[in-house]
Design a protein around this ligand. Structure first.
Ligand code: GAR
Length: 196
């Protein structure tokens, strides 16, 4: 059975989808949910589901990213995950941190990578006049939002869409895509999953 830790920053809806998926014949189980913000709503949701949680407030470290990451590593290493899932985790991780989990760290990003790495993805898709948008699950490498793609889900951009309506349509697909990719990845299969 593979052990999965999940890093979040906010509401944690993707984390909830991942945790709920890891039952029955799923080859993995959740062992830790950690956040960079003690007020992240997802921490309470994780506790309600019986998952151990940890919080390391990045603001206490100012510009000392190495110090923040060293503190974050403590509960993570104690949980001994085989797979680390970033699920709405909004801090950039150093190459040194990423190297510790090389080949076993996943991220979900709300765009059809390689389009729109970084922030404000939905507005950028609207501004570009794209007919389709979506989300991507990829392996995390030292380059931001650029690792090997493990799955994508597409949605149409509809007339009258705002960044908020597009984000909601994509988020529903994120909740399908990420669990599907994690299940396949935990079973050792890295063929990409394409939805939509
Ligand atoms: C999701 O849309 C996720 O793709 C995005 O943040 C949201 C988190 O929602 N992630 C990023 O933008 C990463 N750069 P959630 O906390 O409800 O899962």
């Amino acid at each position: 059975m593979k052990r999965v830790a999940i890093l979040i920053s906010g509401g944690g809806s993707n984390m909830v989808a991942l945790v709920r998926s890891m039952t029955g014949d799923h080859p993995a189980r959740p062992v830790l949910v950690a956040a960079n913000d003690p007020a992240a709503a997802g921490l309470a949701r994780a506790r309600e589901m019986g998952i151990p949680t940890a919080a390391v407030d990045h603001r206490a470290f100012g510009r000392d990213r190495a110090g923040f990451e060293a503190e974050l590593l403590k509960p993570l290493l104690a949980a001994a995950p085989d797979i680390l899932c970033l699920a709405g985790f909004m801090r950039v991780l150093s190459p040194e941190f990423v190297a510790r989990f090389a080949g076993r760290m996943l991220n979900i990003h709300p765009s059809l990578l390689p389009r729109y790495p970084g922030l404000h993805t939905h507005q950028r898709a609207l501004d570009a006049g794209d007919a389709q948008a979506g989300c991507t699950v990829h392996q995390v490498t030292a380059d931001l939002d650029a690792g090997p793609i493990l799955g994508q889900a597409r949605v149409p951009v509809l007339p009258g869409d705002s960044a908020a309506t597009l984000a909601a349509r994509i988020l529903a697909q994120e909740h399908l895509l990420y669990p599907a990719v994690l299940r396949r990845f935990a079973a050792g299969d890295r063929r990409p999953i394409l939805l939509g």
